[in-house]
Design a binder for this molecule. Sequence first.
Ligand code: SF4
Length: 253
Amino acid sequence: METITRKSLIYKSGLGFYCLNHVQGCSHGCRYPCYAFSMARQYGRASGENEWRQPKLVANAIELLNKELPRLRAKAASSRLEEFRIHLCLTTDPFMYGWPEIQAMTMRILEQINAFGLVCDVLTKGVLPHELTGHAFSRENHYGISCISLDEGFRQRFEPGAAPYADRITALRYLHDHGLRTYAHIEPYPTPNIIQQDFEALLKAMDFVDSLYFSGWNYSPLAAKYPDRKEFYAGLEQKVRTFCSANKIDCEI
Ligand code: SF4
């Protein structure tokens, strides 16, 4: 696969947490649209969707980590470790479906970060590997999936390159069953004019997670067209709260 080099890797995002992106581009090609793609196009890092969907691996990622992690670890020593949790990724997907080179690099990065005594938060629309339960990885890492439907026809329309929903959920459940902390993002949830679906069935499929984040579909003109959008999301938020409370799941709305 194509590679690029970068001058630095770990940064503090505008959202207030540390993160890193060891790939430029993402083959999942989400059509919500993808905010990372919009930014990449605006700043000249991708000319269009075709280029965006051809990911480029940051070839010097491990080298950069070796320089940056000691500094971050030193800072973390005088603070709460949780404040230095590193999120993978904000502008790409760490377990990009069908890209073993990216998945292998992500495993090396996680191992490296954990070896420095720091912990990670991993969010994907790919398949989380069983190997994450191994001794090389911290039991304090958090693992999550984004999952807004169980309908494969919908996935092929809006997340064409991402992993099938059932595979994402099965892999996440495996990590949960092996004692790791897991979470799910139901976001951006589609309005009924985009797809009519059984919301309860979607919640039920993820009833094992430790925390659940729900949010509506904010960037789509299609969702904006739905006349009862506000009431629709208010109703779902209430369902999420009730579901989380009944299943002892931390709820973020
Ligand atoms: S997985 Fe994330 S980064 Fe990749 S295309 Fe979808 S929204 Fe964009």
